[in-house]
Design a protein around this ligand. Sequence first.
Ligand SMILES: Cc1cc2nc3c(=O)[nH]c(=O)nc-3n(C[C@H](O)[C@H](O)[C@H](O)COP(=O)(O)OP(=O)(O)OC[C@H]3O[C@@H](n4cnc5c(N)ncnc54)[C@H](O)[C@@H]3O)c2cc1C
Ligand code: FES
Length: 332
Amino acid sequence: MSQNNKYAIRCHDAGSAWCPCAPGIAGYCLACPVITGAQTCDFCLWSGTCVYDHHFRHRGPIRVREFVSTPVRQRQVIGHELYLVRLELPGGWETELRRPGSFVMVKRPNDEDISAAPMAVCGVDSEEQTLTIVFQIRGPKTSALMCAGSEWALKGPYYGALFGVRRLLRAFGQKVLILVSSTGQSLIPGVVGNLLEQENDISIAIDPGLSGGLYILDNLKEFDGRVLATRFYDTVTHADLGRLSEIIGASRADLIITLGSDFLHRDVAQLLEPKQEWVASNNSIMVCADGLCGSCSIVLRDGTEIRGCKADMAPEDVFWRDIDRAASGKEG
Ligand SMILES: Cc1cc2nc3c(=O)[nH]c(=O)nc-3n(C[C@H](O)[C@H](O)[C@H](O)COP(=O)(O)OP(=O)(O)OC[C@H]3O[C@@H](n4cnc5c(N)ncnc54)[C@H](O)[C@@H]3O)c2cc1C
Ligand code: FES
């Protein structure tokens, strides 16, 4: 899969209002070799601005994202342990939240910051000035959200919910297959908006997952005939990849986008053709989302660790073990 197209690791925040960040100041900048101790910019991951000069050397006070409380406008049960919540949009967030792969950290206002969970933004309504989140109960953080009162605390906007997002941003006139499961549906509006503008030919297959909710279909009316509601597996063991293989093969897609659990990503990693490019949703466990706590660390093939909340990296650099396993199976 796209081996001849090495995807450089970049920082989602490089050159943004949030640059430099606390890890960068401490010498762990993902974007700038000079900040990390090199004498030259030879390995600069140019982000469109000089991170060292414009953001690091002449920096004012560092800007950090902080929680803001915002009122709940609507709350609705839409599936088994699946909730839709519409919240008042904090000022100045609208454009950023429309970026593909944007997400926010959410918690109850009086809970500790470590209670916050990352959530994709499923919709932004300019007229009503709201943002929509759909969440599934999985454990303590999401159970607390279910009991939240009339206000939620939000921190953001963050940009790192997609591994390989630059492939999506530069796709033009391509055949694109989007494979979606469960609450991965929430990432679809941001993803398709961009792809449509760039005249890509898009088809979408959605497995509603255990919650059973196909909540995104109303947003996809213009894809009539190109949205398939299906089950990717006949059993819960994922032992048979026949159905997924069939959908991928029939699509003849240049770009495959998987929005769902790591089970889906791992299975698809084994099925991709060498020439197909891949974008995948980021399921890292996140606590701070600011590159500090280390809960999201990903170990690369060469043993280095990288913060999954900050780094824009290729999915094949995240799921390399599954790709290697599939390759050794084919050889054997
Ligand atoms: C960038 C990003 C965006 C996200 N967007 C959404 C969203 O829009 N809606 C939503 O419902 N969830 C979303 N998640 C997942 C959500 O943040 C987690 O479900 C939540 O943090 C789990 O916390 P918990 O304490 O409730 O459960 P935990 O105790 O942390 O987890 C309970 C169980 O769920 C599993 N789990 C945790 N995260 C995921 C996941 N991402 N996918 C599948 N299984 C998982 C764990 O492995 C564990 O088995 C997103 C995650 C990320 C990283
Ligand atoms: S979530 Fe804390 S470092 Fe990434």
